[in-house]
Design a protein around this ligand. Structure first.
Ligand SMILES: [Zn+2]
Length: 81
């Protein structure tokens, strides 16, 4: 149970992602929140019920470095001449 003051928002609350972190695993990219919700580094959430919530659309792009890895069409012509 939550013993924080003020109490953390519940897992069914819209503010669920604002609960205190109970166990952080930054090397794995996720944190367990006080209300039982697992928050991933891209802001996606996994509820105690097993339901997943996608990251908010406003956080674009989530991983630009990962997305562009191996594909660099913009630089192809720069050194051709
Ligand atoms: Zn709490």
């Amino acid at each position: 149970m939550c013993t924080h003051q003020p109490p953390c928002p519940g897992a069914l609350s819209e503010d669920r992602a604002l609960a205190q972190v109970r166990a952080a695993h930054p090397e794995q990219g996720w944190s367990l929140l006080c209300n039982g919700v697992i928050r991933f580094e891209d802001e996606g959430l996994l509820l105690p019920s097993g339901a997943a919530i996608d990251p908010p659309a406003r956080s674009v792009p989530a991983h630009p470095h990962r997305r562009s890895a191996g594909r660099r069409p913009a630089t192809r012509g720069l050194f051709a001449a």
